[in-house]
Design a protein around this ligand. Structure first.
Ligand SMILES: CCCCCCC/C=C/C(=O)SCCNC(=O)CCNC(=O)[C@H](O)C(C)(C)COP(=O)(O)OP(=O)(O)OC[C@H]1O[C@@H](n2cnc3c(N)ncnc32)[C@H](O)[C@@H]1OP(=O)(O)O
Ligand SMILES: NC(=O)C1=CN([C@@H]2O[C@H](COP(=O)(O)OP(=O)(O)OC[C@H]3O[C@@H](n4cnc5c(N)ncnc54)[C@H](OP(=O)(O)O)[C@@H]3O)[C@@H](O)[C@H]2O)C=CC1
Length: 267
């Protein structure tokens, strides 16, 4: 599918995309940049960021990159100040960085739990607070978009990320209300299973199970998520706030997120 959005849609905007060096984040950074935004991306791995930067620059996009772990508030503050210096204050923040590992609730260690909650919930909040207070609230203008996951029916098989993403969904609602007075809209996207650099780390046979468990009978693409992100960060969505948008081929309504044993062993 081609791009249905106007070429100059984001002229004059600066967009931060966390985890913009790969997968869904890179697709979003590419699309916002091609529509006129200056783009700042971060991640923990410098090499990944350099490769992504080359791709974006090749497409004529003005890019700022810096290594930053969103779990560390000092690194976040330095990154956010660096964006203002390099590209001007951010008008768009896409909190896309995140991840987890499969585990049963019985087996997850305290450190494993903390690692995933810090990555997905704490990191998202630290970025959001820094960008809003330093850039968006003073300018009385901002769009924040949180990438979560399909947690509508919990997340059996990944209890830590289910809890963390539900936390992000709730902070999306809270901040939509608190920051409406500053003309800052806050929304979330809940992707189903998307064929990306992220899911490439999962065994192919599990991805095939996910495909079958999706009513649309296919996996989504990063570009499809980017189209929705473009709408939600554009002026077309200026009266939309506090909402979670599922993009999952119907998966939140039917089928298993993750193949776990039947909760009733007698069945
Ligand atoms: C096929 C169907 C798919 C359906 C689901 C699709 C929905 C979601 C898809 C995606 O999210 S795609 C993105 C995929 N990418 C990732 O998820 C990778 C992200 N991982 C990370 O960023 C990190 O590994 C982490 C999870 C944040 C942990 O990083 P950190 O550096 O903090 O951890 P460590 O210091 O190494 O370990 C802390 C603690 O956590 C335990 N642990 C870490 N990784 C694993 C693992 N893979 N398996 C089990 N346990 C893990 C580790 O053992 C430590 O605990 P202790 O052993 O010390 O108790
Ligand atoms: N693909 C899918 O099916 C789904 C994905 N999601 C979520 O969407 C987001 C993007 O996923 P996807 O593109 O598929 O996967 P990727 O693993 O390719 O993307 C995750 C990105 O986040 C960055 N990142 C992770 N932790 C941190 C951190 N602490 N600080 C800074 N950057 C970090 C990674 O970079 P680096 O490693 O260099 O730090 C990477 O660029 C993730 O939050 C994922 O959990 C949700 C539902 C489904």
């Amino acid at each position: 599918m081609g791009n249905i959005f106007r070429a100059s849609l984001f002229d004059g905007h600066t967009a931060i995309v966390t985890g913009g060096g790969s997968g869904i984040g890179l697709a979003i950074a590419t699309q916002l940049g091609e529509l006129g935004a200056r783009v700042a991306i971060l991640g923990r791995k410098a090499e990944r960021l350099e490769t992504a930067k080359a791709t974006l620059v090749q497409r004529g996009i003005q890019v700022h990159t810096a290594v930053c772990d969103i779990r560390e508030p000092e690194q976040v503050a330095t990154f956010v100040d660096g964006v203002a210096h390099a590209l001007g204050p951010a008008t768009i923040l896409v909190n896309n960085a995140g991840g987890q590992f499969p585990t049963t609730a019985e087996q997850v260690t305290a450190r494993g739990w903390e690692a995933v909650v810090r990555n997905n919930l704490n990191g998202t909040f630290f970025m959001t607070q820094a960008v809003a207070t330093k850039h968006m609230i003073p300018a009385r203008r901002g769009r924040i978009l949180n990438i979560i996951a399909n947690v509508r029916r919990g997340f059996p098989g990944m209890v830590h990320t289910g809890a963390a993403r539900a936390g992000v969904e709730n902070l999306t609602k809270t901040l939509a209300v608190e920051w409406a007075q500053y003309n800052v809209q806050v929304n979330a996207i809940a992707p189903g299973v998307i064929k990306s650099s992220g899911t490439d780390q999962y065994p192919p046979e599990l991805l095939e199970v996910s495909r079958k468990q999706t009513p649309a009978k296919r996996l989504g693409t990063p570009e499809e998520v980017a189209h929705l992100a473009t709408y939600l960060t554009s002026d077309a969505a200026s009266f939309v706030t506090g909402e979670t948008w599922y993009i999952d081929g119907g998966a939140n309504l039917w089928g298993d997120n993750w193949p776990i044993p039947d909760p009733d062993p007698a069945m």
